[in-house]
Design a protein around this ligand. Structure first.
Ligand SMILES: [Zn+2]
Length: 161
């Protein structure tokens, strides 16, 4: 089973897993090649698929980081089923992720998908806090590092003169 298939039933898990195909800390990009994308997704991929995947990821990562989304509208193949509500099903991996993101947006949950602001981290996560106030991927790791840094900067200000 690929990491992509592991991503659970909540569309948020699928979107977050896709955003984390870029691991800034370890310098690993699962969308670097057609082969690495195929391995990650567990499906055969073409060069065009990888290009579309990178475009979608750039777009979603920018949005999650609170930056203006990169690129124009996303053109993907989506099957729409109108039942009790509406079900969006992508016709390939990229379209599935785009459909999952669209579902989050419709449910008002896409802004809960965030990117850790630590420059050496940039990990994507889903903010499950009640008031959507979570900022760091992990308070223990990146939150504390930032706090220690701020503290150190403050306490050395007087010394430097
Ligand atoms: Zn982090």
């Amino acid at each position: 089973m690929s990491e992509y298939d592991d991503a659970g039933a909540d569309p948020a898990d699928r979107v977050v897993a896709f955003l984390n195909t870029l691991d800034v800390e370890d310098g690993i990009d699962q969308l670097a090649t057609t082969e690495s994308f195929a391995t990650w997704s567990g499906r055969r991929q073409s060069d065009a698929d990888v290009a579309a995947a990178r475009q979608l990821r750039d777009h979603l990562r920018a949005r999650a980081a609170g930056e203006p989304p990169a690129g124009g509208p996303l053109r993907v193949g989506v099957d729409v089923v109108l039942d009790d509500g509406a079900t969006l099903a992508g016709t390939d991996v990229v379209a599935e992720v785009a459909a999952a993101a669209a579902r989050l947006a419709i449910e008002g949950r896409l802004e809960r998908v965030k990117i850790c602001p630590a420059d050496d981290c940039r990990w994507a996560f889903y903010d499950r806090s009640k008031n959507r106030s979570r900022q760091w991927c992990s308070m223990e790791v990146c939150g504390n590092r930032a706090k220690v840094r701020t503290h150190r900067e403050r306490s050395t200000e007087g010394v430097r003169g």
